[in-house]
Design a protein around this ligand. Structure first.
Ligand SMILES: Cc1cc2nc3c(=O)[nH]c(=O)nc-3n(C[C@H](O)[C@H](O)[C@H](O)COP(=O)(O)OP(=O)(O)OC[C@H]3O[C@@H](n4cnc5c(N)ncnc54)[C@H](O)[C@@H]3O)c2cc1C
Length: 393
């Protein structure tokens, strides 16, 4: 099958890998002029780690990523309130956990593709017209082509979703939280391999030291309504205003904003859809079911979705409808449960009141004990799915 995959991110390139392996003809269509670099750090673990293992990329991820040894919660004056081992929390003793830049994960997946996968950079879909036997695709930069299937892997603000299923507002679940992530050079203090966290009413800040004397900050804060896109000055203003009265290192961190190499700012919304497929079009990754960054697992889940969709399309290549149904049936309950669990964690990422702040600190203190971790994060930490075996293997 000729499959157009819109978005060469984590989900899109994973799908291309497995479709290519099954002998299909994937084409990746990426809006950016090249694979994105830098950006924010993600924790990578769970069933997505198993998919990465099946692709043979785990050694590279471990080499390029960071094995954080501690998540340390600190008070305004910097003294430690709680400390836990993130590795043990999410992966037990299995060691199947790494923190890595989102862009490095996406590049490792892309590099795993063999020669012959066509990638079109700097373009996107303008129109999708579905016929009996194919989808007619019109590209924004001109040109038209036929594909057997189209898969939207184009992230939270998916164009494919908008074209085929309707406006984003119909499917977004507003968690009332925005996230800013950026990295700067030469920031002090540095704590190697430690995620230093500080929360006050309305926000949480995380600081992580990266290689090459870079430091990454992730700020999550209460925010309702839209955030500016494509206007860095306006974005910086939103972050400054939202954290204007904050203590700890926040004033110094905000002073660094103009020096940030890139600033990511968005709402931490989820995408919740009644169905991820329509006719010859399917959605995967954040486009289909973003659990938001609060889940700490969106990239791993995106890889699971890509793998399962490829498995189903390979098991029943002559019947994409059956494959699409099986894909949704296998994964939708788990994604819904992950989303609900993540929503509940919003009070930790941006405590709405003093009481929530106190509860958050208390929970963090006891999170090293499995029963407490289970109580606080049970559904987030478990993936109730067994990966299907690859057809014919
Ligand atoms: C601050 C932050 C922290 C996070 N932390 C974690 C974490 O700790 N662990 C975790 O697992 N996940 C985390 N996530 C979530 C994770 O990044 C996403 O769930 C994951 O990237 C989803 O993968 P994807 O392939 O669906 O989308 P993306 O990775 O966003 O890729 C989408 C691709 O599509 C391209 N694209 C977009 N629009 C178009 C278009 N119209 N046409 C063509 N191409 C297009 C984009 O350029 C991009 O290459 C975090 C997210 C944020 C914002």
């Amino acid at each position: 099958m000729r499959v157009l995959i819109v978005g060469a991110g984590i989900a899109g390139s994973t799908l291309a890998y497995w479709l290519q392996r099954a002998g299909h003809e994937p084409t990746l269509l990426e809006r950016a002029p090249a694979l994105r670099r830098g950006g924010y750090l993600i924790d990578f673990w769970g069933t997505g780690f198993d998919v990465a293992e099946r692709m043979g990329i785990v050694p590279r991820l471990l080499h390029e990523g960071y094995q954080l040894t501690e998540a340390r919660d600190v008070a305004s004056d910097g003294h430690q309130l709680a400390s836990l081992d993130p590795q043990r929390l999410v992966a037990g003793a299995s060691g199947r956990y790494v923190s890595i830049l989102r862009a490095d994960l996406a590049t490792a997946i892309y590099d795993a593709l063999e020669e012959g996968v066509e990638t079109i950079f700097g373009d996107t879909v303008a129109r999708l017209i579905e016929g009996e036997r194919s989808v007619h695709v019109e590209f924004e930069q001109g040109g038209e082509r036929e594909f057997d299937l189209v898969v939207g892997a184009d992230g939270l603000h998916s164009r494919v979703r908008e074209l085929v299923f309707g406006e984003e507002s119909r499917f977004e679940r507003d968690l009332g939280i925005a996230v800013a992530a950026f990295d700067v050079a030469s920031y002090r203090p540095r704590d190697e391999l430690v995620a230093v966290m500080h929360a006050e009413v309305g926000f949480q800040a995380i600081r992580v030291a990266l290689q090459d004397d870079l430091t990454m900050f992730m700020l999550t804060f209460r925010h309702h309504g839209s955030v500016p896109i494509d206007d860095v000055g306006a974005q910086q203003k939103v972050v400054r205003t939202s954290l204007a009265r904050a203590g700890w290192e926040i004033p110094a961190i905000l002073d660094q904003l103009p020096q940030a190499r890139t600033l990511y700012l968005d709402r931490a919304n989820q995408i919740r859809m009644p169905s991820w497929t329509s006719g010859r079009v399917a959605l995967i990754g954040d486009a289909a079911a973003s659990p938001s960054l609060l889940a700490g697992q969106g990239s791993a889940l995106a890889m699971v979705e890509a793998y399962v969709l490829a498995t189903e399309l390979t098991a029943t290549p002559a019947d994409h409808r059956r494959a699409f149904e099986a894909y949704e049936r296998r994964l939708m309950p788990m994604l819904r449960s992950k989303q609900d669990a993540a929503k509940g964690l919003g009070t930790a990422f941006a405590p709405p009141s003093r009481l929530h702040l106190m509860l958050r600190t208390t929970m963090m203190r006891f999170m090293g004990f499995p029963p407490v971790a289970n109580l606080a994060m049970g559904r987030s930490l478990r993936d109730p799915i067994k990966l299907p075996t690859w057809p014919g293997s």
